[in-house]
Design a protein around this ligand. Sequence first.
Ligand code: MEV
Length: 431
Amino acid sequence: MTTSRISGFYNMTIEERRAKIADALAAPTPPDLGAWTSGGISADAADHMIENVVGLHSLPLGIALNFQVNGRDVLVPMTLEEPSVVAGASFMAKLARAGGGYQATTTDPLMIGQMQVINVTNLNEAKLKIYEKKAELLEEADSIDPILKKFGGGARDLEVRTFDNSPIGGFLVVHLIYDVHDAMGANAVNTACERLAPKIEAITGGKVHLRILSNLADRRIARARCTIPVKELAFGKGESGTRPYSGEEVRDGIIAAYAFAAVDPYRAATHNKGIMNGVDSVVIATGNDWRAIEAGAHAYAVKNGHYTSLSTWGKDSEGNLVGTLEMPMAVGIVGGATKVHPAAQAAVKLMGVKTANELAEIIVSVGLAQNMAALRALATEGIQRGHMSLHARQVAIAAGAEGEMIEKVAAQMVAEKVVRIDRAEEILKSL
Ligand code: MEV
């Protein structure tokens, strides 16, 4: 990848954009972007993925520009149906470049497998007995997946928790901490838990009931940070219909918007949804399990006892805007749909990521960019202005507009500030 900045991309045709991406990649083995022409899989392939298949369901795939993560330029594939998201991420990534782009880190890819042990007579005795056999249990778990072990993964730790007052009385929960390397990890962890269960039963005299991975992947965290020079935040000069905003005003507006999400769960849910607009779309583009990521994100957002913002916004000693985002990120680049879906393969190749952690670092950066795009719009001219023209296009399509009529109908509705299907139908008839 030479650069993630491609001028005029927005106004190009789909074919021209594909050609530009191929140019920008300059990779020895460029990804086969052809998978994106067809959507990636045939109905036959889909029939092997889930049950009762009757067809396929497509979503748009867009490319977010301008991203620089840990000093490396990256073109980011985003799969989603919502207008303004790709444009918002690209614009914020452009502002962030002026401050060095996104700095991102990850923990080791540690997933947690849970074993619920019921029918235990003495919880504390059973807990200590498990700890006494910890080395043996870990050795057993470690031997289950030789491939994962060969690449550096494997069982890392075992923890025992006790719950005294559940609706069925007391029980134990054993956590198996497992390094899943470049996999999402569900298969490896679930297999390991199922395999350990008879040993745990023999040690405790209880019965291992559930054996399943936890989606609260709080040992597998991705973190991103950006610094936006305050002068980059100024906008509005000469743009039609927009009053000028100083950099300081935009910065303080974003910080005040963050403060709202920090204290109020009603706002935090929407604030975090904006983060997930960015996160999920890359997770989906790469064939990863976005429900797992959603579950982990929202559970993590309540880790201190009240639901709050996953991101923070403040300023540095020079008055620049500083954003951070920290969240679980259980994504893989091997196995599952990522491996079998050609469009997902193309997405992974486009980003040039070689490890699951590198992918996680890009995703968390996109989440932070998306959050800033939403807060910047909300803190200044409101979300509707930016949404209006894209929304108008969707309404025009819904009213039956095709080809160049889409733009014409949409433009007239935006000019009239009436974006409704009945008006779109009238305009379409009149044109
Ligand atoms: C819409 O999809 C996302 C936003 O509501 C996020 C936010 O309010 O921060 C704009």
